[in-house]
Design a protein around this ligand. Structure first.
Ligand code: NOJ
Length: 559
């Protein structure tokens, strides 16, 4: 039934820095992943997406690449990487890596040459990046070319004295954007991609893939995101990569494009296009923002979770890719808070809400991406001090909050709720001092709840979150849920999350109370035809009263 291997796979995203530290330097590493391959196989996943492993000054934890051909010494050596491929393949598992093509580190040799007119290769490399001359105000003061705002909160332009120009960086200033209009630059990147394919990787997750093209007229505007997001020409670059590199090999290539329309999504990842195989979009990721908050605005403004938006988003993407492409399902990655803290409850209903989130997502068709630690319900951080955070984004945004008039406490709470570091803490393997992640103090602090939330503890409890993840992932395979047909009930209901999945062999009905308040549900099917398959608390299968976060999966054989 499947045309491609990746339609039947289950992906697990490993945030390399935080997963498992094999050499006790406080940083997760490649050998640490190898040590846990059997754990992952047992969990039921068979493709690993590894966050950037390349040599990097780590301004953005490796998304700032200094040398595309070298493994970061933080993570190991190229031999370790080859070993990871071999060990994974021996277990019938696949490895896909992050591919960062929108920018490099400012310490990449290309940029070193580009910024320095005295460098022997300046001429060649200057045009690998995006430069603009300064503007001047009436008093002759130097001004940035535009007021565009970077994704990390500050301006996109950084001045380079040696050439008297600004370079563009849509992320941190240590991540200058590459000029995709330069064919020589594209050739160099393509050679690099080919090199990793030849080494044996099974695919890529293409970082920031909708930002490759910029508006070269550089009109002013604030924040100006439309000038560096989803411009039509970036499809030409992606199509070139697909045609020359991705399609000729049996790879899984996943694009990253927030805000893609139906047409764009199909252009990226429709079955009959040559760009990607699957798409990561963010529509369901921030359905709880409070637009009236001016102190910590945007994604930082925590509001109430709009369940209807999540359901509608899932239904929409299933529809977009129905028959024409392939759906990707995931709750979150390293750029959003921990899902149980975000859409569930990391207090009194921790276990119940983590399982509710499991049932509401992972019974849907498509290829799932489980984020490390999600399978045990890892939570957001409990940090007290700004210095406990590590993410480059946190520090520019903290300053923004304070200048908006927020108090230190308000700013700290926004960080604890929404910062990316929430989802980057050490994996909680056991209750040891550093949660079994490392024997030494890790690069980022372990969350204080590691004694109650950890793998070891959950392994020995047959009804733990971890064991329910295993069960659902196994069921996905056995019942071929990836290819099932989904039908949502009550899309406009603000509290329920109910749907039916029909496969060749079964019908499953998921009924869930997505909120922390009790509910009497208007049950949309005749439950007498079904039996209860799994629930997140002791329950009477026929009851229409649902406790906070109560969720159930019902099953019936198809005849
Ligand atoms: C998207 C990645 O997921 C994020 O973590 C990173 O900061 C930016 N792209 C820049 O590479």
């Amino acid at each position: 039934m499947s045309k491609f291997w990746w339609q039947d796979t289950i992906i697990y995203q490993v945030y390399l820095r935080s997963f498992n530290d094999s050499n006790n330097d406080g940083i997760g590493d490649i050998n640490g992943v190898i040590e846990r391959l059997d754990y992952l196989r047992d969990l039921g996943v068979d493709t690993l997406w590894i966050s950037p492993h390349y040599d990097s000054p780590m301004d953005d934890n490796g998304y700032d690449v200094r040398d595309f051909y070298k493994v970061s010494p933080d993570y190991g050596t190229i031999e370790d990487f080859k070993n990871l491929l071999a060990e994974a393949h021996r277990r019938d598992m696949k490895i896909i890596t992050d591919l960062v093509l929108n920018h490099t580190s400012d310490e990449h040799p290309w940029f070193e040459a580009a910024k320095d007119p005295n460098h022997p290769e300046h001429e060649k490399y200057h045009d690998f990046y995006i430069w603009q001359p300064p503007k001047y105000d009436k008093k002759g003061r130097r001004m940035r070319p535009t007021r565009w705002k970077s994704w990390f909160g500050g301006p996109v332009w950084e001045y380079n004295e040696a050439t008297d120009e600004y370079y563009l960086h849509i992320f941190s200033k240590k991540m200058p954007d590459l000029n995709w209009r330069n064919e020589t630059m594209r050739k160099e990147l393509k050679a690099m991609i080919q090199w990793w394919i030849d080494l044996g990787v099974d695919g890529f997750r293409v970082d920031a893939s909708n930002h490759l093209e910029k508006n070269w007229d550089f009109p002013d505007g604030h924040p100006g995101y439309e000038n560096f997001s989803s411009l039509p020409k970036h499809h030409e670059y992606l199509e070139e990569l697909g045609r020359e590199l991705f399609r000729p090999h049996d790879l899984l290539v996943i694009g990253e494009a927030g805000g893609a329309s139906r047409e764009e999504a199909l252009q990226y990842a429709g079955f009959d296009t040559t760009e990607f195989d699957m798409l990561i979009q963010f529509e369901h990721c921030w359905v709880d923002t409070d637009d009236t908050n001016t102190l910590t605005p945007g994604k930082w403004a925590k509001g109430t979770v709009d369940v209807t938006r999540i359901k509608k988003s899932f239904a929409h993407w299933l529809d977009v890719f129905k028959d024409n492409g392939w759906n990707t399902i995931y709750w979150h990655n390293h750029d959003q808070p921990r899902i149980v803290s975000h859409y569930g409850d990391d207090g009194a209903f921790h276990e119940e809400s983590a399982k509710m989130l499991l049932y509401t997502l992972y019974m849907l068709p498509g290829t799932p991406i489980v984020y490390y630690g999600e399978e045990i319900g890892m939570t957001n951080v409990d940090y007290e001090n700004l210095e406990d955070f590590r993410d480059v984004e946190v520090f520019t945004e903290y300053d923004n909050f304070i200048s908006n008039g927020a108090s230190h406490e308000t700013a700290m709470q926004a960080l604890r709720d929404r910062a990316r570091d929430n989802a980057r803490t050490p994996m909680q393997w056991n209750s040891d001092k550093y949660a079994g992640f490392s024997d030494v103090h890790p690069w980022i602090d372990v969350v204080g709840n590691k004694d109650s939330i950890n793998v070891e503890r959950q392994q020995s409890d047959s009804e733990s979150i971890l064991n329910q993840y295993k069960r659902i992932l196994r069921l996905r395979r056995e019942a071929n849920i990836a290819h099932g047909h989904a039908e949502f009930y009550d899309l406009n209901d603000p509290q329920t999350f109910n749907y039916k999945i029909t496969t060749n062999t079964h019908e499953f009905v998921v009924l869930a109370n997505f909120k922390g308040t009790p509910l009497t549900m208007d049950i949309p099917v005749d439950l007498r035809a079904y039996s209860l398959y799994l629930s997140n608390m002791k329950t009477d299968a026929k009851r229409s009263e649902f406790k906070p976060y109560e969720a159930r999966i019902y099953i019936k054989e198809n005849n």
